[in-house]
Design a protein around this ligand. Structure first.
Ligand code: ADP
Length: 265
């Protein structure tokens, strides 16, 4: 779809990762205003992670592994419920900023098979875009045809949206300036890799690891694998930027030069 941008707000940026179920309202407000000021006449689908809302319960009940024991059904329900609470907060802040945001959580009508989305009705999202709304999706609990349930990350949702809607660009906003040679939260002299393509993907992947916080969707390694695969399969440019820094999300949407990692297979 011409001009379409998919943009993710990372869970570690929009929630207080130290405190379960605490949203960073001030950050979400600022990001809503950045999206608003950059979005004139642009088609954008927003996604957001679950941070300290979904990940704590998902980890406790091992929801990403499926219906594995007698607590799994309850665990999936509770995890979906907290993920939905953060989703509502994001929608609240976006609507309050004057953005016509509409909610499209994958749990309501996507299905996965072994954690990959196989079905998701795109018609409502396409209609929403055509009519000038800003669809908002999120990392979520989804029903899985093999596992019973699982967790689909925002990156998994974006991967499916990329296949079906062919956006021009994908922005993954998080709490680091991009992909580093090693985890910058742990290794002081880690260096930012500004461009990743076929020639350095293996080296970049070998330095990309888990998150240092509670997380069930694989940290930077998984993010980079998704971004590279999307870029390779559909020829879409992906950019990882630090949305804790004011202005970076806005610049990425406007395609201005900004600090980050560009992934183009
Ligand atoms: P989000 O919740 O924002 O989607 P994650 O917390 O899942 O993102 O993944 C980002 C985290 O991955 C960083 O905060 C960092 O701790 C970790 N990480 C591991 N290796 C790297 C790397 N090479 N470059 C950047 N971040 C890395």
């Amino acid at each position: 779809m011409k001009g379409l941008i998919l943009a993710k707000l990372g869970g570690s940026s929009i929630t207080d990762i130290e405190k379960p179920n605490v949203a960073r309202h001030d950050v979400i407000k600022r990001l809503a205003n950045e999206v608003k000021s950059a979005s004139q006449n642009r088609k954008i689908i927003l996604g957001h992670g679950s941070g300290s809302f979904g990940h704590v319960l998902a980890k406790k009940y091992r929801t990403h592994e499926g219906l594995i024991n007698e607590d799994s059904l309850q665990g999936a329900a509770l995890t979906q419920n907290v993920a939905a609470q953060l989703h509502r907060i994001v929608l609240d802040e976006f609507c309050n900023a004057g953005i016509n945001a509409l909610s499209f959580p994958p749990s309501s009508n996507a299905i996965t098979k072994n954690r990959k989305i196989t079905h998701w009705n795109m018609k409502p999202i396409k209609h929403a875009l055509r009519n000038g709304f800003l669809p908002v999706t999120c990392g979520d609990v989804v029903l899985d045809s093999e596992l019973g349930v699982t967790i689909a990350s925002t990156e998994e949702a974006f991967s499916y949206l990329a296949k079906k809607l062919k956006p021009e660009k994908i922005i993954l906003g998080g709490d680091t300036d991009g992909v580093f040679t090693a985890n910058p939260k742990l290794v002081k002299d880690a260096r930012l890799i500004e461009e990743i393509n076929g020639s350095n993907i293996e080296a970049a992947l070998s330095g990309a690891g888990e998150s240092t916080k509670v997380d069930v969707t694989g940290g930077m390694r998984s993010k980079l694998e998704y971004a590279y695969n999307i870029s390779k399969l559909y020829n879409i440019r992906c950019q990882i930027v630090n949305i804790d820094v004011p202005g970076r999300l806005r610049s990425a949407i406007l395609d201005e030069k900004t600090l980050g990692t560009v992934i183009q297979a």
